[in-house]
Design a protein around this ligand. Structure first.
Ligand SMILES: NC(=O)c1ccc[n+]([C@@H]2O[C@H](COP(=O)([O-])OP(=O)(O)OC[C@H]3O[C@@H](n4cnc5c(N)ncnc54)[C@H](O)[C@@H]3O)[C@@H](O)[C@H]2O)c1
Length: 442
């Protein structure tokens, strides 16, 4: 595996609309959806801005553990109250809030999302849906119980280029698919695998409630701007899931949707460029085997993942070795041809001379954010709800467990939710929750 992609050498260089019980309380299509935003800057800003741009929403409240990061959203609805603790927000304004966006760091997605769904709120949650596999199962279970309208925050799902790629595969343009190779340029800050806990961090800004930021994770001292909060958390194992966690739910989304992948992998094997027990590696590589579908040639399908600047091989595909691959994307190797699905760009078909210029029929974009709002108002669950989001997230996060057992082939029994040939690996399926921040089994 290492040899195939010259793994360590590269590391040195880088050091369907489904009917759903509607719980929209006494609402009709002309009324407004009352939305509260949890996590107000970074991606939260664009999530909230998009939701507030829908003509039938009103922003009911904002919540951010860092009050300095609420300045932009306050301009969208100057009268909406601002909270630091979402629990206080839901306790005080619960009857006025129909729906929430959850755009916090990953380690808090499940805790907040489960709580909001238990209170009957529709939820739009950022990707990955959760921080560990057990949490993904709990969110999937609660989604069924609550019957609320949900959507994963992987907005490219609704973008023309991904929708077009899905259409190309499902129309049989390259035949049934034999294998997929996905990859991602990102490597967090480019320092993953090397950074360690800061020794002399600066004082905590007065605007930040650090206890609330830490939430379910083990307590540690604030590390300084961008070390953990904001943004830097994604490299740290306690809070994020590295480049695979950050981009897996985007780049693997058209793969899962196009191939109608409906079950987690049955086996997987991974490697990485070196990491400590705090941060994720700068480069990871995962080889998954998934159950095949009506769109795959075989009963199983191999899907591989490379990140941190590693590129997949084009051997066995219809792509000439001279063609430059995009920085991130997926190669779908079919019986008749190969599709490159750039992240984010229009799909390309190979061999080029076999496909006419109009071989690809463009599918228009739809508004991902507004699709969720429309769903909340109509009671119709849009595609990419938490059932799908949980499957995608589980598959991605299993990859990061395999990363901890480099080059070992792990067998995953999805029904039993356990690895059958490495009991030690099962300890990573769920975390120990900080006192006061437990998540109950659903
Ligand atoms: N869909 C996309 O394209 C995309 C892009 C970037 C990030 N994301 C996702 O969005 C989420 C946030 O990422 P980011 O880069 O914006 O992180 P960030 O750290 O820059 O911003 C997170 C925001 O949430 C606030 N916050 C943290 N904990 C909170 C809590 N418990 N309650 C309320 N507010 C809280 C922070 O103060 C900050 O304003 C992550 O899940 C990430 O994976 C998605």
């Amino acid at each position: 595996m290492i040899k195939r992609r010259q793994f360590l050498q590269a590391s040195a260089a880088a050091a369907a609309v489904v009917a759903c019980p509607s719980i929209v309380r006494g609402r009709n299509l002309n009324s407004k959806l009352s939305v509260a935003g949890i996590g107000c800057d970074g991606k939260g800003w664009s999530d909230i801005k998009q939701m507030s741009d829908h003509p039938q929403t009103q922003m009911a409240a904002f919540c951010d553990i860092d009050l300095a990061r609420t300045e932009k959203v306050k301009k969208l609805a100057p009268d909406a109250p601002v909270f630091q603790d979402y629990r206080e927000m839901l306790a005080k304004l619960g009857d006025k809030i129909d729906a929430v966006t959850v755009s916090t760091p990953d380690h808090m997605h499940a805790f907040i999302t489960l709580d909001a769904m238990r209170q009957g709120k529709h939820v739009y949650c950022q990707k990955p849906l959760t921080h560990n596999v057990w949490e993904a199962r709990q969110v999937a279970n609660q989604t069924k119980k609550s019957g609320v309208i949900t959507r994963l925050g992987n907005q490219i799902h609704s973008h023309s280029v991904y929708r077009t790629g899905v259409q190309v595969i499902q129309s049989g343009t390259i035949g049934k698919v034999k294998e997929v190779r996905s990859w991602c340029a990102a490597t967090g800050h480019g320092k993953s695998g090397q950074i360690s806990v800061p020794k002399n961090p600066p004082a905590l800004p007065k605007s930040v409630d650090w206890d609330l930021w830490i939430g379910v994770a083990p307590m540690r001292t604030y590390g300084g701007h961008n070390v953990y909060h904001p943004w830097g958390w994604r490299d740290w194992q306690d809070f994020g899931n590295g480049a695979l966690g950050d981009f897996g739910c985007h780049i693997l989304d058209p793969v899962f949707t196009a191939l109608k992948i409906a079950a987690p992998p049955t086996q997987l094997k991974a490697d990485h460029s070196g990491m400590n027990d705090q941060v994720w590696a700068a480069q990871t590589q995962v080889d998954y085997v998934f159950p095949g579908t009506e769109l795959t040639t075989d009963e199983t399908i191999k899907i591989s993942w490379d990140d941190g600047g590693l590129l997949p091989s084009v051997s066995g595909s219809h792509i000439p070795a001279t063609v430059a691959l995009p920085k991130s994307g997926s190669i779908f190797i079919g019986e008749k041809g190969t599709m490159v699905m750039p992240h984010v760009g229009p799909p390309q078909l190979f061999p080029q001379d076999q496909y006419a210029a109009d071989a690809i029929e463009t599918v228009e974009s739809v508004n991902h954010y507004h699709g969720w709002v429309d769903g909340c108002l109509s009671g119709e669950q849009p595609s990419d709800g938490f059932d799908y989001g949980a499957l995608l997230t589980e598959s991605v996060l299993l990859g990061n467990i395999a990363v901890r057992y480099r080059t070992q082939n792990l067998q995953w029994d999805a029904a039993a939710m356990r690895f059958t040939n490495n009991d030690d690996a099962n300890k990573w399926l769920r975390r120990d929750y900080r006192t006061g921040w437990n998540i109950d089994e659903v």
